[in-house]
Design a protein. Sequence first.
Length: 363
Amino acid sequence: MNNNLQEMIQPVWKGEKLYRETFAMVLEEGICRARFLFHPSKVLRVESYDGAKTYLEGKDYVVEEDYLIRTADSEIPFADWKKFYFDTREEAVREMEERKEPLGFGPVQTEEGSYVSLAAVGAPSYVTECQVTVTYLTEEQWTYEIPERQLEQLPGLEERFRKKLPVRLVLFGDSISCGYDCSGMYGLNPGQPIWPELVKQGIEIEYGVQTEFYNTSVSGMDTDWAVQNAEERVCRYHPDLVILGFGMNDRCRGAEYREKTRQLIEMVRTLNSETVILLMATSLPNRILHTPPFYFCGYQEEQGEALRELCGKGIALADIQTVQKNIMKKKRYIDLTGNLLNHPNDYLSRIQAQIVLETMKKS
């Protein structure tokens, strides 16, 4: 599938044309339906997640008010909630025993007492095969907060953009910064590039500069590990810009996370005090997983707020969380995820790139 860069990095909050918004078709009370983010004035395309199949209005789906509804005779794949959540621990254990490669964790219970399926971990198509994408037009306006443009807080970067100088960028984070669960990372269709690659290309298009991009992120890591490894994975590259993308695996409260991040920033700047920092308030996990012993949903929102106290000259914040929370006033987590736990699908990954790029613009 030909992924259009301009459509992928067009901010969702600008409305007008929404590109490949995702809708999970899950059977509930005898019907599969999912809500649009904006009221659609015209639906242009409804496609399978992988882009291989196009569905027809009236035959495969109908649009009623702000909902996409699967018809009874539709060819659109769908699932029951029982595919994603088990009633008993025994069912969850059985699924884990059937895996070819052990996970090293699980089963994972929800706050509601059910157990989340782990079949999508490392295999996002388990979820995304039940998601369709819709490209549509809207006349509705975004009424929520939009990401703040903060390039003025990153003076070294602003100067390089203005003078068309090459930019050396290091992204240092966890699995989400690695690109999980973008389809392109797994070699799956539609082959959307991971969000860091969208950021790289977006910078080059917006400012006409060359970027030297290093992604030194490692899945499963937290800020304690980051502090210990910053010299090897960040400092030795002598970057102009460092994007720090941790938080999903940190189980500490906001104040502690802030101080760990402060220490990480100090480590990053040991060799180059002029390096500018873009912090990321990580995307949010499945909210019903604030459960022991794994706490996939921990204190990410509190941590994101705490990062604001570190911002100032040379340090800015890309606030993924506020945009995601506003999107989830209309859409469900199942519409946005690639693994049911904490990884975004292609749609939410694109939005993450859009927010980072917006943060690096002049106000």
